[in-house]
Write a protein that binds this ligand. Structure first.
Ligand SMILES: O=C(O)C(=O)Cc1ccccc1
Length: 295
């Protein structure tokens, strides 16, 4: 916390990104916002305590999971998820020149944004060179020096970078939303409820208004292993809201499972289910329990 009790929150910048929109929507404008160049830098800013919280994109309704965030949640210890935020995404095609669609030779944006606009790109652009950038706003810096170029970014960058709007709402579906995780650092001094151990979690939550996210890698890669994990939720009548697999990067065919479900790790039925799953896992990580995002 900074001097006047405002929160220090890092996000994927520079100014104008969807992550910035999410950060300000979750925490409110009257806080300290720290723009970072990459999603990995946001994680670093939390682990080094430069920021109290970080906001990172985790999944999109068109393009699916953000792999960089998934991998960092797996790899980086002492990070927990303390909240979520969902924002609608409207993609704009922007340029420093009033350029016709068929004259665009280079298109820049974050890989997620490019993927969310694949139909528009195929239908209206003439096979431009595509440059993936660290963020949508970063794309607006890159195109400044490239003739006949355009960027895909949010409406917020138009004024910030003084851009022309070539096209608006170019995403593949008008219903387009990205979910962000709010991450924080787990203090290992155990004198608060930050510890990651479910067995002595003593905060009391109104369970139904919470969600929990975990990562687990089964000990054995055999038929029915996913069922044997998921049945622990079914038997306790715990509703799953997301399940994604991600290669462990150790060998082909070996996956970690990212599971979100309704309920809190303060709930005994959740604890009992997770104890069983941990016993079946070679890797098990509780990312955290957090309030469901309500618009
Ligand atoms: O680059 C941004 O603006 C981000 O915040 C990452 C992202 C990119 C595309 C959709 C949602 C989030």
């Amino acid at each position: 916390m900074s001097k006047n009790n405002s929160i220090k929150c890092s996000y994927l910048g520079p100014a104008g990104t969807y992550s910035e929109i999410a950060a300000k929507k979750f925490f409110g404008e009257n806080n300290v916002f720290i723009a970072k160049n990459t999603i990995a830098d946001v994680f670093d800013s939390v682990t080094t305590a430069e920021a109290d919280y970080g906001v990172v994109p985790i999944e999109n309704s068109i393009e699916g999971s953000v792999n960089m965030t998934m991998d960092l949640l797996f790899e980086i210890p002492n990070i927990r998820v303390v909240g979520e935020c969902v924002i609608p995404i409207r993609h704009f095609l922007l340029s420093y020149e009033k350029i016709e669609l068929d004259k665009i030779r280079t298109l820049c944006s974050h890989q997620q944004a490019i993927g969310q606009c694949s139909k528009f790109i195929r239908s209206y652009l003439k096979d431009p060179e595509i440059i993936f950038t660290a963020s949508t706003s970063n794309a607006c810096h890159i195109i400044k020096s490239i003739p006949n170029s355009a960027a895909i970014a949010s409406e917020n960058v138009i004024q910030i970078y003084n851009l022309y709007t070539i096209a608006k709402d170019i995403q593949d579906s008008l219903v387009n939303a990205t979910r962000f995780f709010i991450i924080s650092k787990i203090n290992n001094n155990n004198n608060n409820n930050n510890n990651n151990n479910i067995y002595n979690f003593d905060d009391y939550y109104s369970f139904e208004s919470y969600k929990t996210s975990i990562i687990c890698c089964p000990k054995f890669n055999k038929a029915g292993v996913l069922y044997s994990i998921l049945k622990n939720f079914t038997r306790k009548n715990i509703n799953l809201t997301r399940i994604e697999s991600r290669p462990t990067k150790k060998q082909l065919g070996e996956y970690s499972f990212y599971i979100d479900f309704e309920g809190s790790i303060a709930d005994n039925k959740v604890k009992r289910a997770l104890i069983k799953i941990e016993q079946m896992s070679s890797f098990f990580k509780i990312l955290g329990s957090y309030k469901k995002w309500i618009e």
